[in-house]
Structures are given as structure tokens and as C-alpha cells.
Design a protein around this ligand. Structure first.
Ligand SMILES: [Zn+2]
Length: 201
């Protein structure tokens, strides 16, 4: 148990960190600015500049892969971390080498590429000029995604534009089969809390 060290809590929405003691219920700390649950990034976390979207995406990818920023036993240093967003796949491959079984399942042409599919929706900018991304790749309105709901991955169409392709305040999910997106009576709104992933290519 780490005590006396200030933890760095990150809000991936605001791209900001807030310092605080380790709380008893660390998952429930909310961002003072946007009220999104924040993430404890550890004691050694150095926050990127607030406007540096790529560095924040890098940090988010590392967090989603389970990499945190606590001092390592022995050296008391945070350990090696990739410098740029582009370095993340190679870094994760080094930290988590694929098992022999996973290597057998990979298509031959993707042997050297780690392509995480699952992540959380990130909003860039504010309504009405906002855009959305998943794992650093822009999600267009109507794009095919998968959404984790009730223990399974459901094919959805991601909708963030309304009639006349006008921006709408909140993105939502519509059911999808094959390439067709179905207009259902009640849209299900999506937030940064939902688990989303890109469909298998
Ligand atoms: Zn926030």
C-alpha cells in the first residue's frame, strides 16, 4: 500500500490531472470539472500538456493496456515508457509478448502489428464542433462499431450527426446487421464510460 505519496488522477475527457491521496474507493473519484470518473495513473505520472492530444492518447492506450506509473521495486523509477503515440504498439508488444497460441491465430501479414480494438470513446472539442475517436482513430457518423452490452459485443452504427448531417449534442448507438444500420424507436446514448471496439477487419 502506497501512503503519503500523492496520486495523479487523470481525466481523459478534460486531458487534465488532479493530485490527491489514494482514496478508499479510487474508482469513484470524479473529475472536478466534468464529473467523469477519473483514473488513478500512479505517483510517477507526468501529465502531458493539456492540448497535446497525441500524448494523451498515448497515455490512455498505456492505461487501457494496464501500464501504470508507480515506482518499480528496486530502482524506484517509473520504468521505461514509450515517447510517442506511434511507439506504443511496439512497446506493448515488448511488455506483453503474444503467447505461442496467439501468434498462431494471427494472420500472417499482421505478425508485427499490435492492433488493440477495444477502447473508450474520446470526444474532442465541444458541441457543435466536436469529433469523436476510438483508440486514436476518428469515428464518423454511421460508422460500424461494436458495443459491449449485457455481457456481449453488439454490432452498432455510431451516430453523431442528425438530419442534414448536422452535429447533435450526444452520440448514440443504433442496431446494425451486416452493413445496414436500423433506425430504432429509442436511440441509446453513448458516453466515455461505454466499452466500444472496432469490428474485426
Ligand atoms: Zn474532466
Amino acid at each position: 500500500m502506497i501512503q503519503g505519496y500523492l496520486q495523479h488522477w487523470a481525466c481523459f475527457q478534460c486531458q487534465k490531472t488532479f493530485k490527491g491521496e489514494l482514496s478508499k474507493r479510487p474508482l469513484e473519484r470524479l473529475c472536478p470539472q466534468c464529473r467523469t470518473p477519473m483514473t488513478n495513473m500512479g505517483t510517477d505520472f507526468k501529465a502531458p500538456a493539456q492540448k497535446n492530444v497525441k500524448q494523451w492518447q498515448k497515455v490512455r492506450l498505456l492505461f487501457q493496456a494496464g501500464v501504470k506509473f508507480f515506482p518499480q521495486e528496486g530502482t524506484q523509477l517509473p520504468g521505461e515508457r514509450p515517447d510517442t503515440l506511434a511507439d506504443v504498439p511496439a512497446f506493448l508488444k515488448k511488455v506483453y509478448p503474444p503467447s505461442a497460441g496467439e501468434r498462431l491465430l494471427e494472420p500472417a501479414n499482421s505478425r508485427n502489428v499490435v492492433a488493440p480494438r477495444e477502447g473508450r470513446l474520446v470526444q474532442h472539442d465541444q458541441f457543435p464542433t466536436q469529433t469523436y475517436s476510438l483508440l486514436g482513430k476518428t469515428v464518423q457518423s454511421g460508422e460500424a462499431l461494436e458495443w459491449f452490452q449485457d455481457g456481449q459485443w453488439l454490432p452498432i452504427g455510431f451516430i453523431c450527426r442528425g438530419n442534414g448531417y448536422k452535429p447533435i449534442p450526444h452520440p448514440y448507438a443504433l442496431p446494425r446487421r451486416a452493413d445496414a444500420v436500423f433506425d430504432s424507436g429509442s436511440p441509446t446514448f453513448l458516453s466515455s464510460q461505454d466499452r466500444l471496439r472496432w469490428p474485426q477487419q
